[in-house]
Design a protein around this ligand. Structure first.
Ligand SMILES: NC(=O)C1=CN([C@@H]2O[C@H](COP(=O)(O)OP(=O)(O)OC[C@H]3O[C@@H](n4cnc5c(N)ncnc54)[C@H](O)[C@@H]3O)[C@@H](O)[C@H]2O)[C@@H](O)CC1
Ligand SMILES: Nc1ncnc2c1ncn2[C@@H]1O[C@H](COP(=O)(O)OP(=O)(O)O)[C@@H](O)[C@H]1O
Ligand SMILES: [K+]
Length: 500
């Protein structure tokens, strides 16, 4: 799913109006109906509703929604925040229609603000994607009162005061909704961690804006939806054999962290790899052979850390279709040498995670040795070590895109809505996953999943997008079974589903 910026969204509205064609007021009616349908399906008419409308088209949506809910016998009070002398044409039209049904309350000064109570629902239609400056004066006062109130808050299209595609400043006053119902496509702002309280649970309502405009419009930002993930997944040929699905090598574990190697190995096997070899320090050999009988094990010559050297065969990585390195490996000098040797001999993309990334951050000359289109899977702290501190989430995105372009790699920046940057500078935000995944070992699982997909011949971007999606989906299924709080990395492995 594409993510468009505010100018593109405006063009999309205009294009739809001209080419469908549809009158602007009817498009507003369609958007408001979509919102009202969602609302009516979720909340009974016994819950009192207070709608706060601005004077632009977002306010117009709010007034149309008010009319629709009144006609369905909801108890609705409309508050128009009069911060300017003029309304937009479509807002004025809906204002006139609304006044045939009810007398709105007009808020011009703080005393005009009504009290908000616990069981009430506030609908925020003060400002939408047309926000062009920080909120101030009476708008700011109303937003502060809404945020102080115990009422449930639902924003139409976007929280009033939040920019859809650029950073807000500290101190900006923004509605803090429980829900945001947005139109047609997600907004970039929804996917950035620092905006979490200004978004709440969000959902996209389809209002049939022009498919053609969306298809032909260029963007760097995407949101992976279920259909797109499903399309990436390859079906298996009836005459396939284990050789068809690649041979992965995982370099993982050190004394005290053999668990990381186990988790990555099990996840790799549960993600369709044909064959798996795991190289761990000698201390991990029995553990691995006992607990993951499907995997072959290459014991490292070293008892406690990875050196890359094994009695079974030398450090020849060319026989593997994909290599994944990092989970639990530590940063001993021997392991740093191993990584250097690996980078010097690797000829195809590999997956780098955890301490492999920390070693890269401390030995920056190694970054130049990364095979092109390799996959790096940092969490934000690891990414900061590889790059620099960022001022805000938009700044971080730019650093992410620059890094992926500069080193010709795919960077999987993990977290809620994991952001996958491609060497071409595109960013794919993930749609699955939940806070239950914030627990040790889930990153090791992800490394196993992505390594398996790479070994099966998926292109590195596809392996990352599909791997991150499936990993998050497994977390969601596991959380549905047992709740987020008790979720472990092993649960994620056990809930991987490839019949999406
Ligand atoms: N145009 C269309 O066809 C559709 C528009 N829709 C709605 O229209 C909204 C966008 O409408 P608009 O472009 O009118 O945008 P807004 O409703 O956000 O209003 C913009 C107006 O508010 C002013 N403004 C900006 N920042 C302000 C601030 N901080 N304090 C006070 N005033 C401020 C602007 O100068 C402009 O006059 C969307 O968010 C969506 O809710 C939907 O009805 C779907 C269809
Ligand atoms: N709040 C969250 N919502 C969605 N996914 C999350 C959340 N917190 C963590 N995750 C996911 O969990 C994984 C954590 O990885 P990582 O930090 O490397 O853990 P570890 O090093 O313990 O294995 C990542 O895939 C990340 O995207
Ligand atoms: K709004």
């Amino acid at each position: 799913m594409k993510i468009l910026n505010v100018n593109q969204i405006r063009e999309l509205d205009q294009y739809t109006i001209q080419h469908e064609p549809i009158a602007p007021i009817n498009l507003m009616e369609r958007a408001s109906e979509a919102f009202a349908d969602w609302f009516v399906a979720k909340f009974p008419a016994t819950r009192p509703v207070k709608i706060f409308c601005g004077l632009g088209n977002n306010g117009g949506d709010g007034m149309a929604v008010a009319r629709m809910l009144l006609q369905l016998d909801y108890n609705v009070e409309v508050n128009v925040v009069r911060y300017a002398p003029r309304e937009s044409d479509d807002c004025a039209h809906n204002h006139r229609r609304l006044k045939l049904l009810t007398n709105p309350n007009y808020i011009e000064k703080p005393q005009d603000m009504p009290a908000l109570r616990h069981n009430e629902i506030v609908i925020d239609a003060i400002l939408g994607s047309g926000l062009s400056r920080p909120t101030e004066g009476i708008v700011k006062t109303v937003i502060e009162a809404i945020n102080r109130s115990p009422a449930m808050v639902i924003s139409i299209d976007i929280a009033s005061g939040l920019y859809a595609d650029r950073p807000n400043q500290p101190g900006d006053v923004i509605v803090e909704p429980d829900y945001t119902l947005t139109f047609q496509l997600p907004k970039l702002a929804f996917l950035l961690p620092k905006n979490s309280r200004y978004v709440g649970n969000w959902q996209v309502l389809d209002i049939r804006l022009s498919r053609r405009y969306i298809d032909q419009t260029r963007t760097l930002y995407y949101y992976t939806n279920p259909e797109e993930a499903r399309l990436l997944l390859r079906t298996r040929d009836r005459f396939s054999h284990k050789g068809t699905f690649g041979h992965a090598l995982l370099l993982a574990g050190s004394y005290g962290k053999i668990g990381a190697a186990l988790l990555a190995s099990r996840a790799c096997l549960r993600s369709g790899v044909g064959l798996l070899t795991v190289q761990t320090p000698r201390c991990g050999y029995d553990i691995l052979q006992t607990n993951v009988p499907e995997a072959m094990c290459r014991p490292d010559q070293h008892e406690h850390v990875l050196t890359g050297m094994s009695d079974i065969s030398g450090p020849d990585f060319s026989e593997y279709s994909a290599v994944g390195v990092g989970p639990g490996i530590g940063q001993s000098p021997e392991t740093v040498s191993m990584l250097r040797g690996l980078l010097q001999s690797l000829r195809k993309p590999a997956v780098f995670d955890a301490d492999a990334l920390n070693i890269l951050a401390k030995n920056r000359d190694l970054l130049g040795l990364l095979p092109e289109r390799s996959i790096l899977t940092p969490h934000p702290k690891e990414f900061e070590r590889l790059t620099q501190r960022w001022e805000n989430d938009y700044d971080k995105l730019e650093i992410l895109q620059d890094f992926a372009r500069r080193y010709d790699v795919v960077v999987v920046l993990k977290g809620a809505h994991t952001a996958i940057a491609t060497p071409e500078g595109e960013v794919h935000f993930n749609s699955t996953g939940n806070p239950g995944l914030s627990t040790g070992g889930t990153g090791d699982v992800l490394t196993g999943v992505i390594t398996a997909l790479l070994a099966q011949g998926y292109d590195p971007v596809e392996a990352s997008v599909l791997g991150v999606y499936s990993h998050g989906l497994a977390g969601d299924i596991a959380a549905a079974n047992r709740g987020q709080i008790g979720l472990t990395a092993t649960d994620v492995i056990e809930h991987l589903r490839w019949n999406m």
